[in-house]
Design a protein around this ligand. Structure first.
Ligand SMILES: Nc1ncnc2c1ncn2[C@@H]1O[C@H](COP(=O)(O)OP(=O)(O)O)[C@@H](O)[C@H]1O
Ligand SMILES: [Mg+2]
Length: 276
């Protein structure tokens, strides 16, 4: 497990294996009588960005909250580095290296930017490396450096999203879990956030699981994708393949070319689809 945001080179014994870092099997989570996710299986390999796409209510947040220990699954398993995680409390899951950036950011509004970032360090394995990680977060998000003494509640939505990601990075995660980072942001800010996500992944090798409704940007950024519909995985594969699937083109990319969607020159055309 990493102790700071320096590049995470896998140790030689891990290079040989093809074991996923995070392995989810037949996960089922209920709210009272309602099953929100119904038998979800997913793998995340070290160094990969995996995206989970799906419409509102598909079960994306429930999946991330179950992985992070916020909700206990009714059935199924979550293994991280070969160890079971399901049933552990969220603070223990974070200490082991899975750190969640929740939907809607949830920064501490009355604390400053710098104080919010320091709060993120509670789940670190070691205090060592904290100052250099802070510098690194400010290098990825220069706007946070400019606003370090401002109350977080006064930041724009995009800046709060950057702060929420920065705070999670201060825990020095092995896997970063991002719940709809584009929610409520302009296309321009969404692209900026995803460019930084890509940089964090390529510069540190950190593994990232990002849940999104914005299929175009997520499929352009991630290596592997899963599409959820009504609590189940409806399709999965390398993003390059998913982008070419007719269903995905028609219902997630709206028939517009992937490039036009990513550069923002065309909007997607929305239509509902139930996968069979
Ligand atoms: N706290 C809750 N209590 C009851 N039902 C919930 C709760 N949270 C989510 N749900 C239901 O679970 C399903 C999945 O929701 P969610 O995981 O939030 O989906 P998504 O993040 O993909 O929009 C939806 O049908 C939603 O209404
Ligand atoms: Mg959600």
């Amino acid at each position: 497990m990493s102790t700071s945001l320096v590049p995470q080179s896998p140790n030689p014994s891990e290079v040989q294996t093809t074991e996923p870092l995070l392995s989810v099997r037949n996960l089922e989570t209920w709210y009272g009588p309602i099953a929100a996710i119904k038998g979800v299986s997913l793998d995340l390999y070290r160094g990969d960005i995996v995206t989970v796409l799906g419409a509102n209510g598909a079960g994306k947040t429930t999946l991330l909250n179950t992985l992070a220990g916020v909700i206990d699954p009714f059935k199924g398993s979550v293994h991280f580095l070969g160890q079971p995680l399901h049933g552990l409390d969220p603070d223990e899951v974070a200490r082991r290296g899975l750190v969640l950036v929740p939907e809607g950011r949830q920064v501490f509004p009355f604390l400053t930017v710098a104080e919010n970032l320091r709060m993120g360090a509670f789940a670190r394995q070691q205090a060592q490396g904290m100052e250099s990680d802070l510098e690194r977060v400010y290098a990825w998000f220069p706007r946070l450096l400019e606003r370090q003494r401002q109350a977080a509640g006064l930041l724009s939505g995009g800046e709060q999203q950057m702060l929420a990601i920065g705070r999670a990075l201060m825990a020095s995660p092995t896997v970063l879990l991002l719940d709809e980072p584009s929610l409520g942001l302009s296309p321009l800010l969404t692209r900026e956030i995803f460019r930084i996500i890509e940089r964090i992944n390529s510069e540190t090798g950190m593994s990232i699981l990002v849940v999104e409704q914005n299929a175009a940007i997520a499929l352009a950024t991630a290596h592997h994708g899963y599409i959820m519909e009504l609590g189940r995985v409806a399709a999965a594969g390398p993003c390059a393949e998913l982008r070419e699937k007719d269903d995905v083109k028609e219902f997630y990319l709206g028939g517009v070319s992937h490039r036009e969607l990513v550069d923002g020159s065309k909007q997607r055309w929305k239509r509902r689809k139930t996968w069979r």
